[in-house]
Design a protein around this ligand. Structure first.
Ligand code: SAM
Ligand code: SF4
Length: 273
């Protein structure tokens, strides 16, 4: 299907596309959104057919991997239809990033519709802390979602944890043990200046990947591995576990020169004007 390879002005070949399918979300994570949000008017949100057209166009230009994201992709009502459609494009990899709240009921239908891998955000294993970070989220629901995803036999499941100093950094060892026990990968992310936020100071909350690695190394050996998911994470393995531990370090290790992805927002006004 591919005719030309999509290459940007810096010579980077783009073969990985992240498609945002909604700007809406059922959580209000403190590092991502303000408590009171104004979302796009419905008529400015790409329709399912438009998103599928964008995806097909990228595939015709050599894209091999698509990730659906948001906002929260699973709050979009027609999401299964979109997954089913994109699932027919013969992609090498087809993934979604989700907060996990809808996975108890959606994991199996998503897998059956053709989705291959899931990234599930999990910043805390303490129900109160989880509620305070997400403002509206319920930890038990997300844990149920992680189990549902494991039962649905996705090809890969990875947890994403945004680490905040003085917020959830003390939970790093527990999160590693949880990932080992559930046999899922985990990636720790440095907080980025993205999204409107109102109630914490990003500068003070920054916990660098080096600091996180030092904490993990107090409990486990970490062996660097050249494995690459086509994204910005650097991966490590532990000698006594099959899982990978990743670090995304936009502050401490700039990765722009090797970036292979484009990001498409769901806003329609200039795309198909
Ligand atoms: N709602 C889904 C979720 O939370 O997984 C998908 C969208 S969310 C924007 C995608 C990922 O970005 C999540 O893992 C989230 O934790 C992370 N994220 C959001 N805001 C961030 C920020 N300011 N810095 C670093 N990561 C952030
Ligand atoms: Fe929603 Fe994901 Fe942002 Fe949290 S990180 S508010 S779950 S979009």
């Amino acid at each position: 299907m591919s005719q030309n390879k999509l290459t940007d002005r810096f010579g980077r070949t783009v073969n990985y596309v992240r498609l945002s399918v909604t700007d809406r979300c059922d959580f209000r994570c403190v590092y991502c959104m303000a408590e009171e949000m104004t979302f796009l008017p419905r008529q400015q949100v790409l329709t399912l057919e438009e998103i599928a057209r964008v995806a097909r166009t990228f595939v015709s230009l050599g894209t091999e991997k698509i990730r659906l994201t948001g906002g929260e992709p699973l709050v979009r009502k027609d999401i299964l239809e979109l997954v089913r459609e994109i699932g027919t494009y013969g992609l090498r990899d087809f993934a979604m990033t989700t907060n996990g709240s809808q996975l108890p009921t959606m994991a199996e239908p998503l897998r059956k519709a053709g989705l291959k891998r899931l990234n599930i955000s999990l910043d805390s294993l303490d129900p109160e802390k989880f509620a305070s970070i997400t403002r509206t989220g319920k930890l038990s629901r997300v844990l149920e979602g992680i189990d549902a995803a494991r039962e649905a036999e996705f090809k890969g499941i990875k947890l994403n944890t945004v680490v905040m100093k003085g917020g959830n950094d003390h939970e790093i060892p527990d999160l590693i043990e949880f990932a080992r026990r559930k046999n899922v990968d985990i990636t720790f992310i440095e907080e980025m200046p993205l999204g409107e936020i109102s109630e914490h100071d990003r500068g003070q909350a920054l916990c660098t990947s080096d600091e996180v690695r030092d904490i993990v190394r107090q409990h486990h050996d970490l062996i660097p591995t050249p494995e690459d998911s086509g994204g910005p994470a650097r991966y490590y393995r532990m000698p006594d576990s099959p899982i990978k531990v990743g670090f995304i370090s936009p502050h401490s290790h700039n990765f722009c020169s090797t970036c292979n992805r484009v990001r498409v927002t769901v806003e329609a006004d200039y795309c198909f004007a």
